[in-house]
Design a protein around this ligand. Sequence first.
Ligand code: HEC
Length: 152
Amino acid sequence: MKRKLSAFLVLPLLAALSAAVPATVHADDEDNPQALRKAEMHVLKVSLGGIIALSKGDAKPADVKDYVTRRADAIYGVARGLPTLFPEGSEGGKAKAAIWSDMDGFTAKADALAMAAVDLRKAGESGDMAAIGASIKAIGGACGACHKAYRE
Ligand code: HEC
């Protein structure tokens, strides 16, 4: 029956949800860092996925330069904040204990991703598909290097 909800019912529901979301997300930030970091990791996955689709010719954004630079900025923004998503006492999920015993090493991996995102931005500004492809590989490498060391 859920699929048959009429707009009459759904619209007020959406309005109520959108009013409730900021407060809920805020509470989760403080109470559930594991949920927040998973959500941020998905921002990375989706951002990288979009550019990979573009580089394979599966997706054709109207403005390639604009698209790639915006995705690069999104990856950069998440990368810069990554260490803050793993506060003391938030152990669990697939996060290895090594994150907290070696926060400097973990932060260096996040910095490496941020630097790779800067290169992706430059490649995006140039619009050079070969440079974009090389940057994608570097970003994938930065994701993998951290996962290998710090993810179960
Ligand atoms: C500095 C370290 C680091 C970097 C860089 C990093 N990750 Fe992660 N990632 C982690 C850790 C740690 C986890 C496990 C988190 C947990 O379970 O609490 C994770 C989990 C994930 C997950 C699973 C989320 C879930 O729902 O369980 C995805 C997807 C992911 N990362 C994608 C990426 C992508 C794509 C990149 C690169 C663009 C990336 N990550 C870069 C450390 C990193």
